[in-house]
Design a binder for this molecule. Structure first.
Ligand code: TRP
Length: 366
């Protein structure tokens, strides 16, 4: 797995071992709960299951407040899977009263996709920014930027970083080949730069916490290797797993396969069609379902509820048991999920429309 290719079934435990991260333990969650008084479902259900230095971030919080950093590669429309780390960020921003830096990497997607013009990538940055704002971040405390627009500050930070990264490190970590364009090879310095923005822009050495999907970890490994040399703290991370594709439980939802995901701009009809066609853990016939029950662990509908759409733990467990016993049929489950998603999107799309008027309040300028 690289930050650009996540395919097949992901072995998340193996990533912890391979990349040397820490598991999110009950003890760590207790510490968070003690501070915030509640535990967000994405934390208590271990959708964010791995971390680096999150314990340290909590320990020093009273003396040195951390700042959040996350981002989005604008390669197309935003789907619900993309929202997962942002929803956690919003929760952390509210609970810990912290600032957020949000990077939109139009440069990365331009460099990565042969068919993209710079204009297309930049245009997606604008449309995706509306989704980011619709999540509900505090405009006073959230700083959003597109790499193409915020190029001056970004570039000046990136060159300082790039000088510490050799080609052989970049090849080993990101799998670059001789055919890779040199823009991509420089790009890691661009994604690392915001890790150090809080320290530079605020004039104090600042702890940073990055909530993101686990495929972004290669960047943070490089960052952590060079941070202290450059006079900064190593950034901490909390790593999420992927919301599976509607067409099967493997890998992250592909932005190019429109039936594999629910997009934030989907209509009620789109949602219905997609959910009704999604892969479940059910039996081929009603009779078999009644006799043998279904398997929620391989069911994408269940995963959607687990990640976001059934907040009540007791109800979720109830659903699980009724599925296994054959009392619940896939059709019923799907209808329930459609209703939940449609409700969610109605509110989200209203906020996304309003975001057009307030975008300026969020933008970081050189
Ligand atoms: N490379 C990420 C992507 O393709 C975008 C990104 C930039 C990002 N900075 C980040 C993601 C920080 C998480 C955290 O989606």
């Amino acid at each position: 797995m690289t930050p650009w290719e996540v395919e097949g079934r992901v072995d998340y435990d193996e990533l912890i071992r391979m990349w040397g991260t820490q598991r999110v333990t009950d003890e760590l969650l207790d510490k968070i709960e003690k501070r915030t008084g509640n535990l967000h479902l994405l934390l208590r259900r271990r959708v964010f299951y791995s971390h680096r230095d999150l314990d340290w971030i909590l320990e020093i919080y009273d003396k040195e407040k951390f700042i959040l950093y996350t981002g989005r590669g604008p390669s197309g429309p935003v789907h619900i899977g993309h929202l997962i780390p942002w929803i956690l960020c919003k929760h952390l921003q509210d609970s810990f009263d912290t600032k957020l830096y949000f990077q939109i990497t139009d440069d990365e997607k331009f460099l990565l996709h042969p068919e993209f013009t710079a204009e297309v990538a930049h245009n997606w940055a604008y449309h995706n920014a509306l989704d980011v704002i619709a999540v509900g971040f505090d405009p006073e405390k959230s700083f959003l930027f597109s790499d193409m627009d915020y190029a001056k500050t970004l570039y000046n930070m990136a060159i300082r970083i790039a000088k510490h990264i050799t080609l052989s490190t970049a090849k080993a970590v990101f799998g670059f080949k001789d055919q890779t364009n040199v823009g991509m090879i420089f790009y890691p310095a661009i994604q690392i730069a915001p890790c150090f923005f809080p320290s530079e822009l605020e004039g104090r050495k600042t702890p940073v916490l990055i909530p993101a999907a686990i495929d972004q970890d290669p960047y943070w490994r490089v960052t952590r290797d060079i941070a202290e040399k450059m006079g900064y703290y190593k950034p901490a991370q909390i790593h999420g797993i992927f919301l599976p594709s509607l067409l099967g439980p493997s890998g992250k939802m592909s932005a190019s396969e429109s039936k594999s995901a629910v997009y934030t701009i989907d209509t009620e009809k789109d949602v219905k069609t997609k959910i009704m066609n999604a892969l479940t853990g059910g039996q081929p016939t009603v009779e078999e379902q009644r006799n043998f029950g279904g398997d929620p662990d391989i069911c994408v509908i269940y995963q959607y509820m687990y990640f976001l759409f059934e907040e009540d733990d007791k109800k979720l467990l109830g659903r699980r048991q009724e599925c296994r016993s054959g009392d619940l049929l896939c059709g019923e489950c799907k209808e329930y999920l459609v209703e939940k998603i449609v409700q969610f999107l109605k509110e989200f799309q209203r906020k996304r429309e309003k975001a057009k008027d307030v975008l300026e309040d969020f933008l970081l300028k050189d």
